[in-house]
Design a protein around this ligand. Structure first.
Ligand code: C2E
Ligand code: MG
Ligand code: MG
Ligand code: MG
Length: 292
């Protein structure tokens, strides 16, 4: 075992390096220019009503169209952005992009839905952030009620007072606040008592494991019922199969997001989904069964 570990370590520090470390090095190097060069794009993933499939809102999710590496996922480049102090710049770009997109939809009189944006922890500590938001929203002429900010509990760490004040100010402006990835990492029930959330998003790990593990099912179920008692909307993430859907319907989970209804898609494709308004579940497992 020790030998194996030794071998792995050797791999990482070998002079040639691994493809992974080379990729991450080159991504980190290119990141600063990527924003200027318009290489970032937003994909949109609908959040649907559990019973009807109607699109209720959508989450904007960033991707990087790298000239050499192709489409790079946020899991790969956001940690590098964080290391390089670029998260605020990225979040500001996302907010602007979403506001402009919503303005365009309004002008084209396309039926639209509220859009949610992931906000990184760094932003909550920035003094003039609220002014920036207000300006961006006003310039685009959209309603703050059509925006939702998703934050994770890691944002509160060591900064509870500042974050709480910011959340209150955002809600006063009319922006909805959701607690993302609930149950994962540093979760604490006390944050539900302290912070005024509009929405709780159950972390996808509980949904994805709830059919194979009773523990995960009971946790998902408890979060749904807890949210209901607290009068907070609840959304399940990572819903991939009809079985997941059935269980969540049974527990009266308000809304869901997941590959079963749609993956995150580019804006043109999302506009086609908006035209449909109501989505049908598309379970890959069922297709396999049908074609057998
Ligand atoms: P998140 O905010 O929890 O977003 C949900 C993630 O789950 C997305 O991954 C989405 O593609 C994925 N997902 C949705 N449905 C399913 C499903 O049914 N199965 C599975 N396996 N996955 C599903 P994505 O787009 O790779 O984003 C990963 C994370 O990166 C996000 O997690 C969020 O924390 C962060 N992120 C993405 N875009 C942005 C952004 O614009 N700004 C900031 N600050 N963070 C972002
Ligand atoms: Mg999110
Ligand atoms: Mg997240
Ligand atoms: Mg999440």
């Amino acid at each position: 075992r020790v030998e194996e570990r030794g071998r792995n370590n050797f791999k990482v520090i070998s002079p040639l390096g691994s493809i992974e470390s080379f990729k991450s090095f080159s991504l980190g190097r290119d990141l600063i220019k990527a924003l200027e060069n318009n290489e970032m794009v937003l994909y949109y993933q609908p959040r649907v009503d559990t019973n009807t499939g109607k699109i209720m809102s959508a989450e904007a999710l960033i991707r990087w169209e790298h000239p050499e590496w192709g489409l790079v996922s946020p899991a790969e480049f956001l940690p590098l952005a964080e290391e390089n102090g670029l998260m605020i710049q990225i979040d500001d770009w996302v907010l602007k992009e979403v506001c402009n997109q919503m303005k365009k939809w309004k002008e084209e009189i396309l039926w639209t839905v509220p859009i949610s944006i992931n906000i990184s922890a760094a932003h909550f500590l920035k003094q003039d952030w609220l002014d920036t938001i207000e300006e961006t929203i006003q310039e685009a002429g959209i309603s703050p009620c059509d925006l939702e900010f998703e934050i994770t509990e890691s944002s509160f760490l060591n900064n509870e007072e500042i974050v709480k004040n910011t959340i209150y100010s955002l809600r006063e402006m009319g922006i909805n606040i959701s607690l993302d990835d609930f149950g994962k990492g540093y979760s604490s029930l006390s944050s539900l008592a302290q912070f005024p959330f509009d929405v709780i998003k159950i972390d996808k790990s509980f949904i994805q494991n709830m059919l194979i593990s009773k523990q995960n099912f009971f946790i998902a179920k408890s979060i749904i019922h807890l949210a209901k008692d607290l009068h907070i909307k609840v959304v399940a993430e990572g819903v991939e199969t009809l079985e997941h859907l059935k269980v969540l319907r049974n527990e009266e989970c308000y809304q869901i997001q997941g590959y079963l209804f749609s993956r995150p898609v580019p804006v043109k494709e999302f506009e086609l989904l908006l035209q449909k308004k109501i989505l049908k579940p598309d379970d890959p497992k069922m297709k396999d069964k049908q074609s057998q």
